[in-house]
Design a protein around this ligand. Sequence first.
Ligand code: PGA
Length: 252
Amino acid sequence: MRNQIAAANWKMNGSFSKGKELLETFKENFNSLPDFQQIIIAVPYPYLAWASQYATSFMHIAAQNMHHQTEGAFTGEVSAPMLNDLGINYVILGHSERREYNNETDELLKQKVELALKHNLTPIFCCGEPLNIREAGTQNQYVQAQLQNAIFNLSADQIEKVVIAYEPIWAIGTGKTATAEQAQAMHEHIRTCIQKQYSFETSQSISILYGGSVKANNANEIFGQTDVDGGLVGGASLQANEFVAIVKSLVA
Ligand code: PGA
């Protein structure tokens, strides 16, 4: 069974007290999970060290980004070794908001993914098409190019350590979720691309999360699709009860 993952992306939202309330609620609600289920909470940088105390064998704290170099004169940036120092194991890379507002390209993300793996950080690599591409019907080629340019340079051993998040940009924060069929179709496509580049075994071993307006009331249906292994959740992860219900929707 592939790892089933409910990942929260707080983005630049909340506060220390709000974060504390969320993490304490998650801790109370989840004493244990089956081996193949994981919760990942991506908190803003200033809260990483503190949030790490809530980490367990099944609840991990993640960074929302990291720099593509290990050290240097890069004001305001955070390096992979710094995340290692805090015992952080996961990092979101290539979120569409960073691609758009921080000009992150596939070429840059390729460097970040390689560096993360070198430092034993599991990248949650985001891909997904904007609305105009979906409307033109070329989303499969678009996402395939993102994979090709940013992660298909990896060896099979390396890519098996990556978590992929498919996040159609038109569904992020818009309340407009991809239908379960649209999510399944793209996840299947991503798996086929991996199979062609690597092997069937590799394609079957990688967790592919869906992201884009996942809520408690649609998580069951989306997570129930054959090639969907959980979700990357923004807005709904800031409401304790919503996210608890989303975690409970993971395939058991
Ligand atoms: P959303 O965000 O759940 O608020 O749509 C998802 C994401 O950006 O990861």
